[in-house]
Design a binder for this molecule. Sequence first.
Ligand code: MLT
Length: 307
Amino acid sequence: MAKRILTLNQISVRGLERLPRERYEIASEFTNPDAILLRSHKLGAADIADSVLAIARAGAGTNNIPVDACTQRGIPVFNSPGANANAVKELVAAGLLLGSRGIIDGVDYVAGLRGISDAAALNQALEANKKRFKGNELQGKTLGVVGLGAIGSLVADMALTLGMDVIGYDPALSVDAAWRLSSQVRKADTLSMVFARSDYVTLHLPALESTRGLVSAELLQAMPADSCLLNFARQEIVDEDALLAALERGGLRKYIADFPSPALIGRKDVILMPHIGASTDEAEDNCAIMAADQLRDFLENGNIRNA
Ligand code: MLT
């Protein structure tokens, strides 16, 4: 009998193709599914039917899944670490550029010139205002990378290609990641050392009890006044009250994050994106393929990978 896979989000077709129709029935509604395949749907423990044998997430983090409850019930939870790392890395590159150059204000300014039909008048307006949008180069600046897993290590390599000096910090650095990491990435002994010595700090950590509020008032205080903090990982890693206080006292030039937060929206010293780090066709395909393959390997062979 075909296995029933309940999909709780739109999953890339390339991923679904890994579950052949002769062996799998896939639908967004089932009363007794054998497995759940999802992306960002917030799943409650009570939503998981007794029939469920495994859950797979087409994404890296598992904080939308009640993992402890699943573990107690013997349900493996698979995720797709690394499958969207390149997409996130590229958005971090954009974040660094948005933090260093007057791109957002400059683009807004040009959009406001709509209606000036005379090229000479347009030029005059640009010449008179261009200086307002002057920025700084990334080359020669220091980037602190907190978390050197699949995403952090790619970000470190990308920053090296921009001519940045990179300091990395990861107390749980795996042997594999250490091998992958360029020897040009200097390792910091403490987190405060990274915050104190960096012009830009970028966070690449999962949301865990131990990382909640990790970026504290103390760490923010250690940052040079002209520095920028990038958070393309999880919102709760940064203590938002401490962040607001740091921005208010001018202790930080910019906060650039991939999450909108009501207290931060509209501030000139904040750039917020709508959690689009992994939103590329390629990343969605890669994550869905990895999640579907793991589910199939478990349902057909009992193998557990990445759980
Ligand atoms: C992830 O956990 O993979 C990212 O937050 C991206 C996402 O799922 O949208």
